[in-house]
Design a protein around this ligand. Sequence first.
Ligand SMILES: Cc1cc2nc3c(=O)[nH]c(=O)nc-3n(C[C@H](O)[C@H](O)[C@H](O)COP(=O)(O)OP(=O)(O)OC[C@H]3O[C@@H](n4cnc5c(N)ncnc54)[C@H](O)[C@@H]3O)c2cc1C
Length: 356
Amino acid sequence: MEYDFIIIGGGIAGLSVGGRLATSGSVCVLEAEDVIGYHASGRSAAMFLENYGNNIVVELNKASAQYHKTGGYLSDRGLMSLARQQDKEAFYNELDGLGLDQISVDEALQLLPIINKKKVKYTSFLKEAPELDTDKILQDFAKNIRQNQGVIKTEAKAKKIERNAKLWQVITDVGAFEAKVLINAAGPWVDNIAAMAEVTPLNFTPMRRSIARVPAPNSDTGNFPMAHGAGDRWYAKPDAGAWLISPCEEEPMPPHDAYADDMVLAEGIDRYNEMVDHKITRMQTNWAGLRTFAPDRALVIGFDKSVENFFWFAGQGGYGFQTAPAASQLASELILNKSVSFSTNLLKGLSPNRFC
Ligand SMILES: Cc1cc2nc3c(=O)[nH]c(=O)nc-3n(C[C@H](O)[C@H](O)[C@H](O)COP(=O)(O)OP(=O)(O)OC[C@H]3O[C@@H](n4cnc5c(N)ncnc54)[C@H](O)[C@@H]3O)c2cc1C
């Protein structure tokens, strides 16, 4: 079957760029799993932190804000940072970086009544830190593909990739698919896809991040902000009547179906417990996902310079949802050879050729 665009990967990366391209040509998304959003895209913390990431990522975040707002994907949450005496330096670095305002511990207690005053010495707060409806974002992009006669093939793992004079051919167990342009949006597997297509890999690193779901500290936590232990020691947030805690680990590992490490979770919960009054008696569930980073931790968006019509849409790291609107818009403009609505600096900072 021949299409204009084959996209490998049915996470937020692949679906968002597919959603953008579907009105301009025929789109085929190939996803190895039996559902879309099975890997990192189904396991995120669903926050939109506009100043989170390096300068290139922040530019994408800011350019995505309007889409999230007008699409109705945002709801109030807020972000609070908590620090012990020994976390002072990390606390002030993050205060500037994330744009938090310092508040007194007593003021913080009004918003998050579980703070342990004996341990927590510095607190800050950012009201403009909304939560994202990640499922709706994903499904809306998928809907856009299907409404424009695009297809999303699940259980369609790309096993072999070949290229003749004009077309890419991707072989899966459910058939062979051809297209002029091949878009690599396979999350942690992007370097494997590149190697399969005889394109030089770019050295992405998938890094595990785990989350535990535990009973909430009390029955009235729905309006509590996300709390963050300065220095990325842990974060915690409400989740539909329960409570999520992440140890904030960044553990490099090969691409796979990630699962949480019990010891890493226990140590993270311990660091959290020291700073709050919240007795955790049991864990309801836990999970982990791979956040995949390029060497400089910015996304990679653009055509490979050595192999024709091979497009990288990769390295979404810990920002795949918040950056999706602008990143997918830029990707589609580049793929369709349209004039680009973003700065030259941004294009350079995202180009796959910056590593050569
Ligand atoms: C714990 C955690 C918290 C996070 N919190 C946030 C947050 O608050 N805000 C935010 O914006 N982001 C957050 N993220 C990051 C975000 O989830 C990721 O950046 C994003 O989901 C990456 O999307 P992706 O489509 O690139 O990768 P994935 O979702 O991993 O999708 C890649 C897909 O490619 C498919 N694939 C791979 N190889 C093949 C093949 N050979 N053939 C066919 N298909 C293939 C895989 O099956 C997979 O479904 C978080 C991530 C984690 C793990």
